[in-house]
Design a protein around this ligand. Structure first.
Ligand SMILES: Nc1ncnc2c1ncn2[C@@H]1O[C@H](COP(=O)(O)OP(=O)(O)OP(=O)(O)O)[C@@H](O)[C@H]1O
Length: 902
C-alpha cells in the first residue's frame, strides 16, 4: 500500500472534472492475469485430471495427456498467471492491486473477472474487492492530510436489463449518454460510505440481491453481470474552502461477469437456458469489442451492442486502468471453454487504455486557473515568437519557382500563337499579291442577300472551284492562300472579323477570340483549348498587325449589316475600326476602301462599269448603295447592240439625278419623285419626238430605227375604252417589272403616280414597250448596252438585290418595332428569323396577280422611301398631271400637256 500517490501521481496527466485532460494521458495495455482454480470436489470425484500447468509466473501450459505424444504442448503467456495453489491474496497483491488502488490517486480503474461458469470468477472478485477496499481504507488512514469521500453503487445486468443492487425495487434502469459525464445509469443509487463496515453491509446486500441460480456446473452460478463501483474523492485538507482547493475523483469498478456456458454442459433448461443465452450474447459482444480494440482504435467499435460494453466503455479503451482476471477451470471437459478464455485474454492484452488523473477544481480554483491561463495567452500575444525566417524563405522560394514555371509556359504559348499569326499574315500577304480582285474569279463579292452562313474572311488553301466545284458564289470574302504543309488543321484558316469598338481584333481559326464573336460554325475544341492557353494581352499587337493588313483591303462600311439590327448600327456609329461583314462583303468594302496605292488606279471592271457615277480616277470611293445602273435601257436589233438616250432607262436618269444630289446616307440615294418624274419627262419627250418626228434633243434617229424594228408608234390619245386598257396595261407592266427585275422604287413610284388617269396612257404605253423590248433582249441572252455600259439580266438581278438590301436596312428607320412585327405577321415572315427584314422585302412586289399585295407592296416601299411624305401633290407640283382641261379635246389636251411638260 502506498504505491499510488505522491510521485506515482506525477506520472499521470491530470484531468478535469469532466474527464477532459490535455490528451496526453498515460497509455498502457490492459493487465491480463490468468488464474487457474484447483479441481473441485466433483471433478476430483470424477477422476478428472488437469491438463493445465502454470510453468512460471507468466506462462500456463496446456498438456493434453490423452493426445499423441507427438503433439507439442501449448504455452500461453500473460502478465501474470496463478496456479491452483495460488490464493486470491496473491492474485490481488501480485496482480490487481496496483491497478485497483490507482483510484486513490484520481485514476479510474477496473478489475474484471472473465471465464466460463464455475471457473472461480465470483470467488476471485469477492476477494479482490475486499482487499482493495481494505487497502483503500488503509490508505485513507495513512493520509489524514487529505479528506476522502467514498461512494458506492452496484448494478447487475440480468437478461440485458440493468438492476440497482442497492435498491429493493426491481426496476430496470436506463442507460443515458450525458454530454459531460459520458454514459450514466439513470436513477442509480449511490451510497456515500460512512466507514468500512458500512461498505461491508452494502456488499452483503448486493450479494443477496444478485441473481444466482443452480446449474449442473455451479450450485451458486451467477446469472448476471455484476458491477460494483466505488468512487473516491479526495482533497487536501489544508486547501479545503480556499482558492487552491482541488480534489481528485475516480472510480474503481469490480466487474464479476456471468460465466459463459454450454447449455449441454450446464444442463440448462427453461429460465437457466434463457439466462445462458443472454449471458453468452453479451459476452460475445464483449469479446468482439476487445478483439476490435486489440487491433487498434481505428474504425467503429460496437460498444452499444450490449449494455455491458456500453457501461464498461471507459474501462475498455478509455480513461481507466484495467486489469482482467481470466479464470480457468482445469477440468478436461472444459478445455475448449478454457482455450476460448485464453483467446479472449490474449486479445485483451493488446488493448490499450489512456488513463488520466481526474482533477476536480473548485469554482474559485477554476476561475483562478482560467485567469492565469488568460494572462499567459495575452503575454504570448504581446510578445509573439520571432517568425521562422527559414520557413518563410523556403515558402517564397517555392512561390518564385512556381511563377517562373508559369512564365515559361506562357512564353511557350505566346510563341506558338505568334507563329500561327505569322502564318496567317503571310497567307494574307500572299493573297494580296495573288488575288485578282478586279473582276477575276479569285475574289467573290456578294452582297448581303447571298450570304447567310459566314461572316468571315476566309484564307483557304483551296480555290473555290476546288471547294465546291464552281465558283465564286461564296458568301464570304475568300482569299486564297497557300496551303501550309506542316499543319493540316490550318489548311483552311478562317480569319474572323471581330467587331468591337476600340479594341477590335481579328481572330484566326485557332480560336483566339475575345469571346464575343463566334462564327456560325462555332468554336472547335482546339479553339477553346488554344484560347485558354493564349495570353490574349500579349497577342493583341499581333492581332493588330493582322488587322492592319486586312485594313488594306477593307474600310468600314457606312451602314449596318442587314442582320446586325440596331446593335450593329449602334456599334458602327461608335466604331473607328474596320469590320468585315458578310452582308456588305468585300464588294462594298473594297469599293469604299481608302485604298492602298495598288488599288487606286485599278481600272473598273465590268461589274463596276455597270454603276453610274464611278468617279474618274477615284472609283474606289463610290458607295455601294449607289443605285443600280439602268437595267432596262438597252436596245438591241438583230443582235446588234443599239443605244440611244431615248432608250436610256428611267433608272439611269433617276440615278444620275440622285448622284447630283447625294450627300450621305441611304435616303440620299433614293431617287426622289422629281428625279423619277424627270426621267418620265425625258422618255415621254423622246417618244413624243419619235411619234411626231420633231428633232428632239438627244435624238440620234432612233425613231426610225424603232419603226424599222417593228415597234408601233404610240397613239397620241388615250383609247376609248381606257379603264379596260388601263387594267390591261397595268397588268402587263406588273408582269414585266417582275420579269425584268425592275427597281422596286421605280415600281412604287410608277404605281402610285399612275392610277388610271386617261392622260397617263402614254407613260404606260412607253413602260410596256420599253420593258417588253428589254425582256425580249434578255430572254435571248443578249446584253443591252447603254452609255458604254453593258447591262444583262444578271446585272439587273444584282442591282435589284442591292436595292432590296438597302430597303431592308431602311426598315429600322422607317418602322417602329411594333410596326415591323405587324408587317412580319402580315407578310408571313417569322419575326424571330434571321434576316427577317430582307425576307419581308423579298415578298414585296412578288405576286403580280394579287392586287392587294401589289397595293400593300407599294405602301411599304412608299413608306421606306418617304413617298407618302412627299405626297401625291408632287404629281401636280412637277406638272405631271395630264388631266385634260375640260374645254380641250382629249388628244389635244394630252399634246398640250406634253408640250407643257417639255
Ligand atoms: N481458486 C479456487 N480455489 C478453491 N475453490 C475455488 C476457487 N475458485 C472457485 N472455487 C470454487 O468453485 C466454485 C465455483 O466458483 P465461482 O462461483 O466463483 O465460479 P464462477 O466462475 O463465478 O461461476 P458462475 O459463472 O457460474 O457464477 C465455488 O464453490 C468456489 O468456491
Amino acid at each position: 500500500m502506498g504505491a499510488i500517490g505522491g510521485e506515482e501521481l506525477m506520472k499521470w496527466e491530470k484531468m478535469d472534472g469532466n474527464g477532459n485532460g490535455n490528451g496526453n494521458g498515460r497509455e498502457e495495455k490492459i493487465l491480463v492475469l490468468v488464474r487457474l482454480r484447483p479441481l473441485n470436489e466433483k471433478e476430483i470425484s470424477r477422476n478428472d485430471v488437469s491438463d493445465w500447468e502454470c510453468i512460471n509466473d507468466t506462462t500456463v501450459l496446456f498438456r493434453n495427456s490423452l493426445q499423441e505424444r507427438s503433439m507439442f504442448p501449448t504455452a500461453y503467456s500473460f502478465d501474470r498467471v496463478f496456479g491452483g495453489d495460488s490464493t486470491t491474496r496473491q492474485v490481488y497483491d501480485e496482480g490487481a492491486k496496483g491497478i485497483a488502488l490507482s483510484v486513490v490517486s484520481g485514476i479510474n480503474s477496473s478489475i474484471f473477472a472473465y471465464g466460463q461458469t464455475s471457473s472461480g470468477k465470483t470467488y476471485t472478485m469477492t476477494g479482490i474487492t475486499e482487499y482493495t477496499v481494505a487497502d483503500i481504507y488503509d490508505y485513507m488512514q495513512k493520509h489524514e492530510e487529505r479528506a476522502f469521500v467514498l461512494k458506492f453503487s452496484a448494478i447487475e445486468i440480468y437478461n440485458e436489463a440493468i438492476r440497482d443492487l442497492l435498491s429493493t425495487e426491481n426496476i430496470p434502469l436506463r442507460v443515458l449518454d450525458d454530454p459531460e459525464k459520458g454514459t450514466i445509469i439513470e436513477r442509480l443509487t449511490e451510497e456515500t460510505l460512512r466507514d468500512w463496515s458500512h461498505l461491508k453491509q452494502l456488499l452483503s446486500v448486493c450479494e443477496a440481491q444478485r441473481k444466482v441460480g443452480e446449474t449442473s456446473l455451479n450450485e451458486t452460478s451467477s446469472r448476471s453481470h455484476q458491477i460494483l463501483r466505488l468512487t473516491i474523492e479526495s482533497s487536501a485538507r489544508e486547501f479545503i474552502g480556499k482558492d487552491k482547493s482541488t480534489k481528485l475523483a475516480a472510480s474503481v469498478n469490480f466487474v464479476d461477469l456471468a460465466g459463459s456456458e454450454r447449455a449441454a454442459q450446464a444442463l440448462s433448461v427453461g429460465q437457466r437456458l434463457k439466462e445462458g443465452c443472454h449471458i453468452n450474447r453479451s459476452l460475445l459482444t464483449l469479446s468482439t469489442v476487445i478483439r476490435k480494440l486489440s487491433k487498434g482504435k481505428h474504425g467503429h467499435v460496437n460498444y452499444r451492442d450490449s449494455k455491458l460494453t456500453r457501461i464498461l466503455q471507459p474501462c475498455l479503451g478509455g480513461n481507466a486502468r484495467t486489469a482482467i482476471i481470466c479464470t480457468l477451470s482445469p477440468a478436461r471437459e472444459h478445455v475448449e471453454q478454457s482455450k476460448n478464455t485464453l483467446l479472449f485474454a490474449s486479445c485483451a492484452r493488446e488493448v490499450t487504455t489512456n488513463a488520466q488523473v481526474n482533477v476536480v477544481m473548485s469554482d474559485k480554483a477554476l476561475v483562478k486557473h482560467l485567469q492565469k491561463e488568460l494572462a499567459r495567452l495575452e503575454n504570448e500575444l504581446r510578445t509573439p515568437a520571432p517568425p521562422d525566417y527559414t520557413a518563410l524563405l523556403r515558402k517564397k522560394d517555392q512561390q518564385i519557382e512556381k511563377l517562373e514555371k508559369e512564365v515559361r509556359d506562357l512564353i511557350k504559348q505566346r510563341d506558338l500563337a505568334q507563329s500561327r499569326i505569322e502564318e496567317l499574315l503571310l497567307a494574307v500577304r500572299n493573297d494580296q499579291a495573288s488575288t485578282q480582285w478586279d473582276g477575276q474569279e479569285g475574289i467573290t463579292c456578294e452582297d448581303e442577300y447571298v450570304t447567310s452562313e459566314s461572316s468571315s474572311v476566309k484564307l483557304s488553301g483551296t480555290t473555290p472551284q476546288q471547294e465546291n466545284g464552281n465558283s465564286p458564289s461564296s458568301s464570304s470574302i475568300t482569299l486564297y492562300a497557300a496551303r501550309t504543309e506542316e499543319d493540316s488543321n490550318d489548311i483552311c484558316k478562317e480569319v474572323r472579323c471581330v467587331e468591337t469598338d476600340g479594341s477590335t481584333i481579328a481572330s484566326d481559326s485557332a480560336g483566339i477570340s475575345n469571346g464575343e464573336t463566334e462564327s456560325a460554325s462555332g468554336p472547335t475544341d482546339e479553339r477553346n483549348h488554344f484560347r485558354n492557353r493564349v495570353n490574349i494581352g500579349a497577342l493583341e499587337q499581333n492581332f493588330q498587325d493582322l488587322q492592319n493588313t486586312i485594313n488594306l483591303l477593307v474600310t468600314p462600311p457606312p451602314y449596318a449589316d442587314d442582320d446586325g439590327e440596331q446593335e450593329v448600327e449602334s456599334r458602327m456609329s461608335n466604331s473607328t475600326s474596320f469590320r468585315l461583314t458578310r452582308s456588305r462583303s468585300c464588294r462594298a468594302n473594297l469599293m469604299t476602301s481608302s485604298s492602298p496605292p495598288e488599288f487606286e488606279n485599278t481600272p473598273p471592271n465590268d461589274f463596276e462599269k455597270g454603276f453610274p457615277g464611278r468617279p474618274d480616277g477615284g472609283g474606289m470611293q463610290r458607295k455601294l448603295w449607289d443605285l443600280p445602273p439602268p437595267e432596262y435601257g438597252g436596245c438591241a436589233a438583230g443582235g446588234k447592240l443599239l443605244r440611244s438616250d431615248s432608250q436610256s432607262s428611267l433608272g439611269s436618269v433617276m440615278l444620275e439625278e440622285a448622284q447630283k444630289n447625294k450627300t450621305s446616307g441611304e435616303e440620299d440615294v433614293i431617287p426622289s419623285v422629281d428625279t423619277f418624274v424627270a426621267g418620265l419627262k425625258k422618255m415621254a419627250k423622246l417618244q413624243f419626238d419619235q411619234v411626231h418626228g420633231s428633232g428632239a434633243e438627244g435624238d440620234d434617229g432612233l425613231g426610225k430605227n424603232v419603226k424599222s424594228i417593228g415597234l408601233d408608234s404610240i397613239s397620241d390619245s388615250p383609247p376609248a375604252d381606257w379603264p379596260q386598257e388601263f387594267a390591261r396595261l397595268q397588268k402587263s407592266i406588273l408582269e414585266l417589272w417582275e420579269a425584268c427585275n425592275v427597281s422596286l422604287i421605280h415600281r412604287t413610284y410608277f404605281f402610285l403616280l399612275f392610277r388610271g388617269d386617261p392622260m397617263d396612257s402614254i407613260y404606260m404605253e412607253v413602260e410596256v414597250r420599253r420593258l417588253s423590248f428589254l425582256k425580249e433582249t434578255f430572254s435571248k441572252g443578249n446584253p443591252a448596252v447603254q452609255d458604254g455600259r453593258t447591262l444583262t439580266s444578271a446585272s439587273s438581278i444584282k442591282a435589284l438585290r442591292r436595292e432590296r438590301g438597302m430597303l431592308s436596312r431602311l426598315m429600322n428607320k422607317r418602322f417602329s418595332e411594333e410596326e415591323k412585327k405587324k408587317l412580319y405577321r402580315k407578310w408571313g415572315v417569322n419575326p424571330n428569323s434571321k434576316r427577317r427584314r430582307l425576307q419581308l422585302i423579298h415578298r414585296l412586289w412578288s405576286n403580280t396577280e394579287d392586287p392587294n399585295q401589289v397595293h400593300d407592296s407599294a405602301s411599304v416601299v412608299a413608306k421606306l422611301i418617304r413617298f407618302s411624305e412627299q405626297g401625291q401633290a408632287l404629281k401636280e407640283m412637277f406638272g405631271l398631271s395630264f388631266s385634260p382641261p375640260k374645254m380641250v379635246r382629249r388628244s389635244l389636251g394630252w399634246k398640250h400637256s406634253m408640250a407643257s411638260i417639255l
